[in-house]
Design a protein around this ligand. Structure first.
Ligand SMILES: Cc1cc2nc3c(=O)[nH]c(=O)nc-3n(C[C@H](O)[C@H](O)[C@H](O)COP(=O)(O)OP(=O)(O)OC[C@H]3O[C@@H](n4cnc5c(N)ncnc54)[C@H](O)[C@@H]3O)c2cc1C
Length: 274
């Protein structure tokens, strides 16, 4: 079986921490390669990310903190990364992050490739570095060509693996992989998989991150209205089928956006044979 990994966000309440422990327990049965934990832009979840990662590590599982650099100084990034290194963390998901509205100061890093270079310069090969990829292109990219060029540069700065933004169109992924491979990229590009559970939430996320919900899929989900059981059942079929096609077409692994819930992701993993 190809490797799988699961992504969480750091919970804000004690109740959320407890819920995430249960989620982890359920997902650990699929023997994921690692669990990753997101990081709020500008360091808003710094402590939560660290605490969650350390708790995962104590459970004997591999943990990968996300780290976004926008608005940060080299010194503030070094302070965070030193803490991870001191705690034996060996994997980081290195990102630019989104610029919080009203924030005037972009800090000392403008793009993720600068963070990747910094991590390599300062920490050598200590960390396995993952970066973000956008098969449907990043929403702020001036063009597809520029986005591909920027991605290739980010990989050349020293990334080991890429994880994609979620998408519902497998061809966008396969084309992206072909194009970057033709430009010399050889690292694994792992599809990010988003379960479909709630149409309005999905539409909101997708609008923000530039993931396209194909017209036929949107109309079908909209037609189900408030019938959440039907949306979930349809979503499970669709996302399992998408994952299956991706694996069958050569995707090296799958990374699931869990939103800290085990239900849908567990069902998809079981159906895929994990
Ligand atoms: C797997 C994954 C996990 C994520 N986790 C988090 C998280 O934990 N916390 C969080 O805040 N956000 C997270 N994000 C969202 C991410 O921070 C945003 O999508 C952000 O807008 C871009 O981050 P990036 O690292 O991909 O940026 P970059 O690779 O820096 O790209 C951002 C934009 O700048 C352009 N660009 C890149 N380099 C250059 C350059 N040298 N010159 C000119 N233009 C350039 C690119 O084409 C693109 O349009 C995640 C995204 C993914 C795919």
């Amino acid at each position: 079986m190809k490797p799988i990994s699961f992504e969480f966000f750091p919970p804000k309440t004690e109740e959320g921490v407890e819920k995430l422990r249960n989620t982890r327990k359920q997902l650990a049965q699929f023997h994921p390669e690692y669990f990753s934990v997101t990081f709020g832009a500008g360091g808003t979840t710094q402590e939560g990310t660290l605490n969650t990662v350390l708790e995962i590590q104590k459970e004997g599982l591999n943990a990968a903190p996300h780290l976004s650099c926008i608005g940060s100084t080299r010194e503030s990034i070094r302070a965070i990364v030193d803490q991870y290194k001191a705690n034996g963390i060996r994997q980081i998901v290195a990102l630019r992050g989104d610029i919080p509205s009203g924030m005037g100061d972009f800090g000392e890093f403008r793009y993720a490739n600068e963070l990747v270079s910094f991590l390599r310069e300062e920490y050598g090969d200590w960390f396995h570095i993952e970066v973000g990829a956008y098969p449907e292109f990043h929403p702020q990219a001036p063009s597809a060509e520029a986005d591909i060029r920027n991605f290739v540069n980010k990989v050349k700065a020293g990334a080991d693996t890429a994880i994609t933004q979620y998408f519902f169109n497998a061809d966008a992924y396969f084309r992206f992989v072909d194009e970057v491979m033709a430009r010399g990229v050889t690292i694994p590009i792992v599809p990010g998989i988003m379960p479909i559970q709630n149409f309005s939430q999905l539409a909101r996320f997708s609008e923000m991150c530039g993931a396209e919900i194909p017209r036929w899929l949107r109309l079908r989900l909209q037609a189900m209205g408030d019938d959440s059981a039907s949306i979930r059942a349809f979503g499970l079929d669709f996302v399992t089928d998408l994952s299956d096609r991706l694996l069958g077409g050569g995707a090296p692994a799958l990374h699931f956006y869990t939103l800290n819930a085990a239900g849908a992701v567990s069902t998809i993993c079981q159906r895929l044979g994990y």
